[in-house]
Ligand binder design. Sequence first.
Ligand code: GLN
Length: 504
Amino acid sequence: MKDFLTLPALELAGMLAAGELTSLELTQACLDRIHAVDRRVGAFLFVDDDGALAAARRVDAERAAGRPLHRLAGVPVAIKDNMVSRGQPTTCASKILEGWRPPYDATVVTRLREAGLPIVGKTNMDEFAMGSSTEHSAFKPTHNPWSLDRIPGGSSGGSAAAVGAFMVPLALGSDTGGSIRQPAAVTGTVGAKPTYGAVSRYGLVAMASSLDQIGPFARTVRDAAALQELIGGHDPLDSTSLDSPVPPLEDIAAQSARRELPLEGLRIGVVGELSGEGYQEGVLAAFDAAVERMRELGAQIVEVSCPSLDYALAAYYLIMPAEVSSNLARFDGMRYGIRVEPKEGPVTAETVMAATRGAGFGDEVKRRIILGTHVLSSGYYDAYYGSAQKVRTLVQRDFDAAFGEVDAIVSPTSPVTAFPLGSKLDDPLAMYLLDVTTIPANLAGIPGISLPCGLAGDGLPVGLQVLAPAHADDVMYRIAGAVEAGLGEPLASSCPAATWEERA
Ligand code: GLN
């Protein structure tokens, strides 16, 4: 591996700007790394050598011609396979979309291309983003670069593992109930879910539209801030896109890391409902140490209570499948991907649809479609879906009240470190329970980031989650930047993948 692959994206960008490295060299190094180690990790579903190298050559030529470039121009990026990219396969890790090549780019992809970031490929995920381990991919599991027999988190496990194993400095994921923050936590990387609407969802294959949000993966808070700044901002193609300017997130993260924006005077809340029973001891120990560090750095630590968070998980697992059942109705065997005819009997729209969906969707997707259809059915709608929406309002009110007292809230990102592959596959409820820490932010639409805060006793990374009020992504990056600097060298650089022997 080329030494520079362990550097943060912004340092690489600095080297590109200074002429110490070309985007072609950097992009080739990333591709070489992918071809040397991804057979072990399984982070990618598709690698676009030609497209990435062509983009790198273009940006090198523009730089040579003296054109003004985006500060991340030339830095390679990977994209979760549920964001459409013109001409490249986009499968959502589902058999039902095998062979489909979208005719257009998602807005985030357009922004990356316009800024000159070579897209090296599409990353593995749980099918249609449903899961917390990437084991629900129809194609292959992804392995955690810290320990190859462990899960990389999910559903954006491919993006997290690609960044964690130094295959690429930046990646995009999507977060409906934690799918950016939890994989970031268990792979020792940084991942952020922006405020709902802060990043366009146009071209993101929808899972649960009122919860979905695209966000960055990186190895430092500043890099994540820079990538969110690039992809964020209003998009007329997404009706839920916020029409407000993007704050200078990277600058804020950098200033707080240099202590120009100190933690002094900030009130940081610790929520009783987000720790305790069910949390791994080593996770709580690393979390407590991080809170202590924030106190030393001058933050005022305040205990806050959000009683309705106890019901957030249940509400999510009603609202999310309801939206899933509606969103996935479009996969009908006519419009996209595969088409399967029934083995016997008449070939009608209904029978083709049933045969296609039966063959194309995996078990977890089917489970959620059935659940969602049930909770929306007449007779059950009020009891399940209606009640869940009320709980959602209570969760939002609890956060509103809490943010009246504190500037931000912190918690462990995940109650446990990366668990062994296969260990929770036959117990869906056990897997769902692990989302307890991340789901509230999606229900409330508030921003959340996970950054590494040390290792648990098992030697695996622990994530610290920072939640801020809606539209206060700048506060979230300010606190995350200060904590990261206060904790010392970012953990991602000590991932054992740095010393792997490379074999093609
Ligand atoms: N793990 C959660 C789920 O299975 C979250 C998924 C996501 O954020 N896409 O629904």
